[in-house]
Design a protein around this ligand. Structure first.
Ligand SMILES: N[C@@H](CCC(=O)N[C@@H](CS)C(=O)NCC(=O)O)C(=O)O
Length: 234
């Protein structure tokens, strides 16, 4: 039986199944990347809901695993050399899971780096910029009279969607025939932009062809549908 006693987070969110990978998350675009990947991979895991609406990611127990106070984070009791590994940052977790299993990433070195490149593109651009559109269009920032911040992030989001539209020319998935962690990193964000943030018209989503078709293909995957709802909101 795995010993997670070195991880203070496991005192506040105890593991029923300590031999399984422990997921500390919430069903947001960053959180669902990991639950979707785990569902795709069929790895046994135990999800714990960290209610960010109640600031649970800022508790000392959560901060002991991720000093940056953000979901998702994991503990893999069966990490490198068979020792437990704690990890935060969704991109790092996706890469770790892909390399652990040899799935959701091409086996050849060039394809592997190309996939990592697109995951970094998501982490550095799609996530932060779409998140700002969410703030300035749907949340607190919508009250701000000066519309330049919203316009800036709207225009940048349209540009980034354009990059995806071009990349998907002649490809079903970001890496072509193979569905990878690059797709998983982005599906939840594009879905959120036009769904939860309500920015479909703002970013002229319907003027695109390939991105909507890719989103539909991704959302049709049963593992994606399951992962989008894990962990369940309390
Ligand atoms: N770069 C981080 C970002 C994680 C992130 O922003 N998580 C958000 C939810 S999508 C969060 O935990 N917010 C809680 C808060 O800031 O209080 C990653 O990809 O893991």
């Amino acid at each position: 039986m795995s010993d997670l006693s070195a991880f203070p987070i496991a005192t506040r969110w105890p593991a029923k199944y300590p031999d399984r990978l422990q997921l500390y998350s919430f069903p947001t675009p960053n959180g669902v990347k990991v639950s979707i990947a785990l569902e795709e991979l069929g790895l046994p895991y135990e999800p714990h809901a960290i209610d960010i609406g109640k600031n649970e990611s800022w508790t000392p127990e959560f901060l002991s695993l991720n000093p940056n106070g953000k979901i998702p984070a994991i503990i893999d009791p069966d990490g490198p050399d068979g020792k437990p590994l704690g990890l935060f940052e969704s991109g790092a977790i996706l890469l770790y899971l892909a390399e652990k299993t040899g799935k959701l990433i091409p086996a050849d070195a060039a394809g592997r780096y190309e996939t990592i490149q697109w995951v970094f593109f998501q982490m550095a651009a799609i996530g932060p910029i779409f998140g700002q559109v969410g703030f300035f269009y749907k949340f607190g920032g919508r009250e701000i009279e000066d519309k330049r911040p919203l316009e800036r992030y709207r225009d940048e989001s349209k540009r980034l969607l354009g990059v995806l539209e071009t990349r998907l020319d002649g490809r079903d998935w970001i890496m072509g025939d193979q569905y990878t962690i690059a797709d998983i990193s982005m599906l939840g964000w594009v879905r959120n932009l036009i769904g939860f943030y309500g920015a479909r018209d703002l970013v002229e989503f319907d003027s695109l062809k390939r991105v909507p078709a890719w989103l539909e293909r991704g959302l049709a995957r049963p593992a994606v549908q399951r992962g989008l709802d894990i962990p369940k909101r309390p």
